[in-house]
Design a protein around this ligand. Sequence first.
Ligand SMILES: Cc1cc2c(cc1C)N(C[C@H](O)[C@H](O)[C@H](O)COP(=O)(O)OP(=O)(O)OC[C@H]1O[C@@H](n3cnc4c(N)ncnc43)[C@H](O)[C@@H]1O)c1[nH]c(=O)[nH]c(=O)c1N2
Ligand SMILES: CCCCC(=O)C(=O)O
Ligand SMILES: [Mn+2]
Length: 471
Amino acid sequence: MTCQSKVAVSPKVTSSFVQDVQAIVGKSNVSTADAVRQQHGHDESYHSTEPPDIVAFAESVDHVSQVARLCNYHGVPLIPFGSGTGLEGGVNAVQGGLCLDVSKMKNILSVNAEDFDCSVESGVTRVQLNNYLRDTGLWFPIDPGADASLCGMCATSASGTNAVRYGTMRENVMNLEVVLADGRVINTAGAGRRTKKTSAGYNLTNLFVGSEGTLGIITKATLRLQGIPEATISATCHFPDVQSAVDTTVQVLQCGIPMARIEFLDEVSIDACNKFSHLDLKVAPSLFFEFHGAEAGLENQTKVVAELVKMNGGSEFRWATDVDERNHLWKARHEILWACMALKPGSKPYSTDVCVPISNLPQVVVRTKQMITEAGIIGPMVGHVGDGNFHVFFPVHYDDHVTLKKVHDVSHKMSLIALELNGTCTGEHGIGIGKRDLLVQEIGAEGLAVMRQLKDTLDPKGIMNPGKVFF
Ligand SMILES: Cc1cc2c(cc1C)N(C[C@H](O)[C@H](O)[C@H](O)COP(=O)(O)OP(=O)(O)OC[C@H]1O[C@@H](n3cnc4c(N)ncnc43)[C@H](O)[C@@H]1O)c1[nH]c(=O)[nH]c(=O)c1N2
Ligand SMILES: CCCCC(=O)C(=O)O
Ligand SMILES: [Mn+2]
């Protein structure tokens, strides 16, 4: 278990190194203060804080490039930091070193409304972008619950509730500006390119999507945008058991209904949401739906889905048509992590994140539920079930080693079941430090060796976020 891993301090961070960093980014953009280092040594996961030796705030690509070159020269670990909302310990400085916080680079560089794309610097967050786009009729749909930086979302290949319709970061990034370990700056699709499709050579863009800071620092992302749908309808309904809710999801997708969102919440999660977000939903396994499209088309879609729900023993729809009601519902869904933690005051989240082919989803969900019941632990389940992706959020007290072990065992078995069913140990949160052993099982020794070769080619000294993704 990685909860108690030891803090390693890089002996290479000398006072003259600190002075060199100050000379690049300015004195006020460098800190070795304990509070700042602690704050940058963890994300929102259960992994214990491992502070870097020094934190530097970059204000330009040039800053990033020069800092990388300096770290590379001295062999100092370099950990990119977006907004620290990751869930797999990606920013924890397991070997000490320099944390490069890129959140100050907050410019939205361009919006090409007619081409449905935009370019943003590394510190721009998804909420900032969507507020900026409000009057254009466009939006960026990828929505992890946190207001993460968009480049951080590229780094973890994030998704969220809208992925069933709009895809994940992988499908929505056209080009990335990346600073490599030795300070070189590349544009993964070529400078200024922003086409919907390309067959030009290797897909470098997607090499960096999901690379978790181990291959380079993403300083700019060119992203695809979507038109805001003419009509949006949300609805919830509940089911007698988990199986019928998940069966309904599979059938809705098999019917080819272009759902924008299908989210599963088990009865424990609904109870948590009711209490934390002041909803009054029936405490039972439930689905939250959202339909996007033209008014006329939606009527037909909602009718078909309502029929499938009924056939599986589900309840009538409870509609959320007006904007406030709808926003309240989805805000509750996005805040579910905190709602689940409130079930056990003082607890911290231990999250899981498996994804399987949709036809195997009922099996993995039902088997996981059984394991949670048998272990006698609190394990609210939530799923982006339209993607075959779901989470259990275990609220744990880190000093309760007995529960922590049970949680870890269930979580590990869940991942093994997903792998057995042709799935992945992480649909959207990444490998970080907690799932490195599972990555070997998922990809296989040869595949992993190729990943390692790529890493060694781009980062021969191994300074980029060491101890993540690989052992
Ligand atoms: C309440 C809540 C709810 C959710 C989630 C989190 C929380 C707290 N998440 C996780 C979220 O997607 C994840 O936090 C972001 O993708 C990471 O963005 P940050 O900017 O915070 O990166 P953060 O700073 O946490 O870094 C994450 C990793 O990326 C690297 N990195 C960050 N910025 C980089 C850059 N510019 N260049 C290179 N590497 C960089 C870091 O080194 C680290 O390895 C999630 N996710 C999801 O997919 N679906 C979901 O539904 C949710 N829901
Ligand atoms: C444990 C937090 C997971 C957040 C998440 O991915 C979601 O709410 O879907
Ligand atoms: Mn999620």
